[in-house]
Design a protein around this ligand. Structure first.
Ligand code: ARG
Length: 461
C-alpha cells in the first residue's frame, strides 16, 4: 500500500511524470490558512457528531495550529508524496499527533474541502482588493478636488470634442471603479455559502450540523445540493470576470495617461518613480506602469476565458479539471494586488500641466456652444448645427481660428448673430454651461466629489 490518502486499492508507485502532472501543492499551498481553518471547524463538527472524543479534538486542533505555524514561518517541509495542500496538512498532522489524525477526514472529501478552502480564501482576498480599490478611488477624488480649476480638451473618437474639467475626466474613472467595488460586494454575497458537508458528491452520512459548521466558519448559508456544491466554480468565474473588467478599466485609464503624458500632448508629467528609461535613447521616459497595466488586462481576460472553457464541458459533480481554477485565480489576484497600488502611486505622483492643457484647447471645440447660442435665439438645433457648420467652413477657408471671424462675417452667414454671440469664445464659460447633474460645470463636479466622498466613507467595513 502506498502512503497516499487514497492508496489502499493501488499497487506500486504513480509514474513520476503523472505525479508531477497531478500535483497542485506547488500553487495550492497558498490555501494553507483556509484549509487549516476549515479543518479545525470540521473537527469540532466531528466532535459534536460523536466521532471524536474531546481529547482527540484537542489534539487535532493543537496539531493543526502547529502545522499552520510551520507554513506561516516557512518551516513547513513539502515531502514527495504531498500531492496537494490537503494531503500535505494531513500527512504532517499525522507525524505530529499520530493515528488520531486519520479521523479528521471522516465523512469529508477533498471535493467539499477544496470548494470550502477556495471560498474562505477568496472571501479574505476580496476585502484586501476592496481596500486597494478604495485607495485608488480616494486618490482620484483628491486629485479631482485639487485640480478643479483645470480645463482640458474632452475627446470623442480621440478627436477634440468639447472642453471639460480635468477633474471630470478623473472622476469618470472613480465611477468605473465604484461599479467594480459594487460588483465585488455582490460577489461576496454568493461566496457566503458553505459547501463543507457535501462529501464527495452525495452528502455526509454523519450527524454533522452544517448550519453550526457554517456559523463557525462565518458563512451565513449552506449549499442546498451536494452535487452542485462540489462542482460549482461559478464564484471563481465571477471573480475572474470581475478581474477582467477591472483590468479593462485600468487599461483604458492607462491608455489615456499614455496619451496625456506623451510630450505632444503633455497634459501630465509622470514621476520618475513610475517610469523607465531607454537603454539606447537618452531622452526617453517611458510610461511603463501604464503600459504594463494595459498589457496585463490581456492576461486577466485570458484567465476568464480559460476557466470558462475548462468548465463548459464538465459532467456534474467534481472533476479533476477543476484543479485548473487555482493558478488562474491566484495570478489574477497577484496581478491586481500589484497593479492597483502601482497605478495609484503613478496617479498620485503625476504632475498635471495647466499650460499644456490650456494650449490644447481649440476654438472649434466651442462650435457646439455657438450652435446652442442660436438655439437660445429660437433657431431649431438641426438648423443651427448647419449654420455653425458654415461658420467652421468659413474659418477653414480663411485658415483662421473661429474667434477671428468678425461679427459682419457671422451675420452674412446668418442674421440672427449679434455681438453677444462673440461671448461664446470662452472655455470657462462653455464648461460652466454644463451645470446639469452629471455635467462638467464646477458645481456639478463638486457634487460628484461630495457623492464620491460619501461613498468612500460608507465603503469602510
Ligand atoms: N487538488 C484538488 C483540486 O484542486 C483537490 C481536490 C481533489 N479531489 C479529488 N477527488 N481528487 O481540485
Amino acid at each position: 500500500m502506498s502512503g497516499k490518502l487514497w492508496g489502499g486499492r493501488f499497487q506500486g508507485d504513480t509514474d513520476p511524470l503523472m505525479a508531477q502532472f497531478n500535483n497542485s501543492i506547488g500553487f495550492d499551498k497558498r490555501l494553507c490558512q483556509a484549509d487549516i481553518l476549515g479543518s479545525q471547524a470540521y473537527a469540532e463538527a466531528l466532535f459534536d457528531a460523536g466521532i471524536l472524543t474531546a481529547e482527540e479534538l484537542r489534539q487535532i486542533v493543537w496539531g493543526l495550529d502547529r502545522v499552520l505555524d510551520e507554513w506561516m514561518s516557512g518551516r513547513f517541509e513539502i515531502k514527495p508524496g504531498d500531492e496537494d495542500i490537503h494531503t500535505a496538512v494531513e500527512r504532517r498532522l499525522h507525524e505530529l499527533i499520530g493515528p488520531t489524525a486519520g479521523k479528521l477526514h471522516t465523512g469529508r472529501s477533498r471535493n467539499d474541502q477544496v470548494a470550502t478552502d477556495l471560498r474562505l480564501y477568496l472571501r479574505r482576498v476580496i476585502h484586501e482588493l476592496e481596500d486597494r480599490l478604495n485607495e485608488m478611488q480616494m486618490t482620484l477624488v483628491n486629485l479631482a478636488e485639487q485640480y478643479i480649476d483645470l480645463i482640458m480638451p474632452g475627446y470623442t473618437h480621440f478627436q477634440p470634442a468639447q472642453p471639460v474639467r480635468f477633474s471630470h475626466w478623473l472622476l469618470s474613472y472613480f465611477w468605473m471603479l465604484q461599479r467594480d467595488w459594487d460588483r465585488l460586494e455582490d460577489l461576496g454575497r454568493r461566496l457566503d455559502v458553505l459547501p463543507l458537508g457535501a462529501g464527495a458528491l452525495a452528502g455526509t452520512p454523519l450527524a454533522i450540523d452544517r448550519y453550526k459548521l457554517a456559523e463557525r466558519l462565518g458563512f451565513s448559508q449552506i449549499s442546498p445540493n451536494s452535487i452542485d456544491a462540489v462542482g460549482d466554480r461559478d464564484f471563481v468565474a465571477e471573480f475572474l470576470f470581475w478581474a477582467a473588467l477591472l483590468g479593462v478599466h485600468l487599461s483604458r485609464l492607462s491608455e489615456d495617461l499614455i496619451l496625456f503624458s506623451n510630450p505632444s500632448l503633455g497634459f501630465v508629467v509622470l514621476a520618475d518613480a513610475y517610469t523607465t528609461g531607454s537603454s539606447l535613447m537618452p531622452q526617453k521616459k517611458n510610461p511603463d506602469a501604464f503600459e504594463l497595466a494595459r498589457g496585463k488586462s490581456g492576461r486577466l481576460i485570458g484567465h476568464l476565458t480559460g476557466l470558462l472553457t475548462t468548465l463548459k464541458g464538465l459532467p456534474s459533480g467534481y472533476n479533476k479539471d477543476l484543479q485548473e481554477d487555482k493558478e488562474r485565480l491566484f495570478d489574477a489576484v497577484d496581478t491586481l494586488q500589484l497593479a492597483l497600488p502601482v497605478l495609484t502611486g503613478a496617479l498620485a505622483t503625476m504632475q498635471p500641466q495647466p499650460d499644456r492643457m490650456a494650449a490644447a484647447l481649440r476654438d472649434d471645440m466651442l462650435a457646439t456652444d455657438l450652435a446652442d447660442w442660436l438655439v437660445r435665439r429660437g433657431i431649431p438645433f438641426r438648423q443651427s448645427h448647419a449654420i455653425v457648420g458654415e461658420v467652421v467652413r468659413e474659418a477653414e477657408f480663411r485658415q483662421c481660428s473661429l474667434r477671428d471671424l468678425d461679427l459682419a462675417t457671422l451675420q452674412r452667414i446668418h442674421p440672427a448673430f449679434d455681438a453677444e454671440a462673440l461671448q461664446v469664445w470662452d472655455f470657462e464659460r462653455s464648461v460652466e454651461q454644463r451645470a446639469a447633474p452629471g455635467g462638467t460645470a464646477r458645481a456639478a463636479v463638486l457634487v460628484q466629489i461630495a457623492q464620491a466622498r460619501a461613498l468612500l466613507g460608507a465603503d469602510k467595513f
